[in-house]
Design a protein around this ligand. Structure first.
Ligand SMILES: [Zn+2]
Ligand SMILES: [Zn+2]
Length: 246
């Protein structure tokens, strides 16, 4: 088995917005692309590791929110690496449909009211599209693991599951207070937006059942299995409650 190193790249300070570089034995995979204009921060993080854009062999976009897909088109030009994403979010990647947002609390309502989350980004056509339950083996890109659909946060959300029992889950779960922050960083919370809590809970449960012990997040510091288990159960209870009230 090859050894991976996961590098958390701060797009905003205090883990408020992260993307990640998975450094494998024979190449790197970039997971998420940050807000529009994040190329410089990602290049700096690569340089600090003795790497450059040329070491990126694949770009995985976990979902179409602008804080994850915002610099995807620019980073594809800079790295020459292909982009993989799920077809469920394709109309948004192509900027053909406006996203809808289901706020989970005051933070989501604030981001929506101020128009922050609606900030436009350069559209793109992913080079590889996962359809329904398809997965992508990452070994050809130098990393022991796979990309798999984990829908629910959006209709086209994906995660990366590594042989090292680590996973990068985008916005399936966040940690800390208001997307990262300095306090309660070990606490799982819902991200500012979430479309289908029960489906998200089930996706997290599948990753837990397959033995993932550490979860890397788009917002906040990584979480262990116990905290994610507690959160997944809460989401599934919430989903049951919502469907009972519907
Ligand atoms: Zn999101
Ligand atoms: Zn996000």
């Amino acid at each position: 088995m090859t050894a991976n190193t996961i590098i958390q790249v701060p797009i905003l300070p205090f883990g408020m917005v992260n993307c990640h570089i998975i450094k494998g034995d024979s190449g790197c995979v970039l997971v998420d692309a940050g807000t529009p204009g994040s190329e410089g921060r990602i290049e700096k993080a690569l340089r600090e590791q003795g790497l450059s854009f040329g070491d990126i062999r694949l770009i995985v976009i976990t979902h179409a929110h602008m804080d994850h897909a915002g610099s995807a088109a620019a980073l594809r030009r800079a790295t020459g690496a292909p982009i993989v994403a799920h077809e469920g979010d394709l109309p948004h990647y192509r900027r053909e449909a406006r996203m809808t947002f289901c706020p989970t609390g005051w933070a989501g309502r604030y981001l929506l009211r101020r128009g922050i989350i609606l900030r436009p980004y350069e559209g793109f056509q992913p080079d590889m599209l996962l359809r329904s339950g398809e997965t992508l083996d990452l070994r050809p890109y130098g990393v022991e693991g796979r990309v798999l659909p984990t829908l629910g946060h959006t209709a086209g959300s994906v995660s990366i599951e590594l042989a090292s029992r680590e996973a990068l889950v985008g916005d399936l779960v966040s940690s800390g207070v208001l997307m990262g922050g300095l306090i309660r960083t070990g606490r799982a919370i819902r991200p500012p937006f979430e479309e289908a809590p029960r489906t998200v809970g089930e996706a997290l449960q599948r990753l837990l059942d397959s033995g993932v012990t550490r979860f890397y997040l788009g917002h906040g510091d990584p979480l262990g299995a116990e905290e994610v288990q507690r959160h997944a159960q809460a989401l599934m209870r919430l989903g049951t409650l919502q469907s009972a009230l519907a």
